[in-house]
Every structure is written in structure tokens, then in C-alpha cells.
Design a protein around this ligand. Sequence first.
Ligand SMILES: C[S@@+](CC[C@H](N)C(=O)[O-])C[C@H]1O[C@@H](n2cnc3c(N)ncnc32)[C@H](O)[C@@H]1O
Length: 254
Amino acid sequence: MNATPPIEYDRIAELYDRYVTADHDLPFFVAALPLARGGEVVELTAGTGRLSIPLIEAGARLTCVDLSPKMLDILRRKLVARDLDAEILCRNVCRLDLPSRYALALMPCQAFMEIVDEAGQRATLRSVFACLEPGGHFICTLHNPTVRRQQVDGTLRAVGAFPSYDGTLVVSGAEVGGDPIVVRSQFFESFGLDGGLRWKRLLPMRFAFIDPDAFEEMATTAGFRVVALMGDYAGGPFRPESSPVMIWTLERPG
Ligand SMILES: C[S@@+](CC[C@H](N)C(=O)[O-])C[C@H]1O[C@@H](n2cnc3c(N)ncnc32)[C@H](O)[C@@H]1O
């Protein structure tokens, strides 16, 4: 099982919010909050709080868990700046041992795939099961391997160019492997206002493809009941050949 995560987010924590600007999944997670029936919610792999802040603003009583102290420092600063409150815990999701029981656990952004070994994946599912109240739900998102695999071809692809007051951050990445571990080299280049390159950084990343049948077997072995499998953040059904993601809703039976 991993002692350290395969991606060192501490190294790019101060850059994360500049290049991860998506919010297409936010309405889905806000709409899922009633599953908590007013109880406590734990967001696993919360990072810098891309989703945490709007979830708290939507009324969630939230505990935010992540393994990266620097990502959590940024989340803490955002909470203070907005006068919002959440419990923040620096933990590995493979061994949570949380102080409360939760009505709803969320693991967004396909972060489950960053647990690249099967023992760690199984331990995470057991660990999330243990922190839920009976009748509690776990929403876990993964990429659909069939679709996501098409980008694993060694081609350097742009993530985007992200301008700010003092220059532009350019992010790109190339991926190889996929059986099941994908090795991604993600490049960060910072250009000044004059267009000159100021610095470059490389972040090695790894994630694992997990087939739907394998995930379902691991989840049910951990004790979960599968409530739903969606294939996009609009709530459409999962179609193995074309859905971009798998959004699993699991229940700890009451
Ligand atoms: C892609 S980021 C997503 C952050 C945030 N949820 C978002 O949507 O922007 C993945 C996050 O998962 C965290 N993470 C990865 N493996 C983890 C583990 N085993 N335990 C806890 N956090 C982990 C990383 O530190 C990182 O902050």
C-alpha cells in the first residue's frame, strides 16, 4: 500500500487554483447534499477547496480531508478570508480513522484513481465505509477507462494558458502506460509580462485505470450497496463506450 501519494501536490499547491478552474461538477455535488439529510458531510481529497467553499456556502456541515498540507493551507486561508467554517484534517484516505461518523462522503475529481494499488483502493473503500453512519452514502468519481485511455498516447497536450497580473502560467502534459497505471508528465512554465520564460517545473503524476466491474466488486466486498452509477455530471446513465466519467453512489446499508 502507498505510504506517500503518487502525486506530490505540495510541490504545485500554490499554482493549483490558477490552472484548475473547472466548476462543471459543482451543481451535481450541491444537488447531492440532501443525501446527508442535514447530517455531517466529509469531502475526501478536498485539496484547496475548489468544491468545499461552495458546498459550505450551500449549507453543508463539512469536514475536509486531504493528504497535502500545502493544499490544505490554501483551503484554510480561503475559509478565513470568507469567514467560513469547516473542520480540516490532514489524512491519507487509505486509513482515515476519523473522529465522527458522517451521513455523506464525497470523493470528487476522480481522485480515487490516484490510489494506484489495489490494496490501497480496497483499504480506502473499507476506511470510508467505517466513517459513515448506517444508511450513509459515498459518492465516488472515476474516469471511464475506455474513454480516458484515448489520451494516453505520449502526445504532449496543452491544459491551457492562464494569465494573471504578473504573467502567464502555461500547463501541458503527456501520458504513457495505462495497464493499469498511467504515468503523466505535467509541465508548468511561467512567462513574464514581456513574454520571457521565468521558470519551468515538472510534476510527475500517476493514476490507475479501474474498470467498472472491478470497482463494483471492491465496493461490495467492502460492504457497500451500489445505489447508482451515472456517466456524467448532468446525471445521465453510465454508457461504457462513451461516458466520460463513472459517478458511483454507494450506501452503507442501514
Ligand atoms: C486532483 S486534486 C483534487 C482537489 C479538489 N478535490 C478539487 O476538486 O479541485 C486531488 C487531491 O487528492 C489528494 N489526495 C491524493 N491522494 C490522496 C490520499 N491517498 N489521501 C488523501 N488525499 C489524497 C491530493 O493531495 C489532492 O489535493
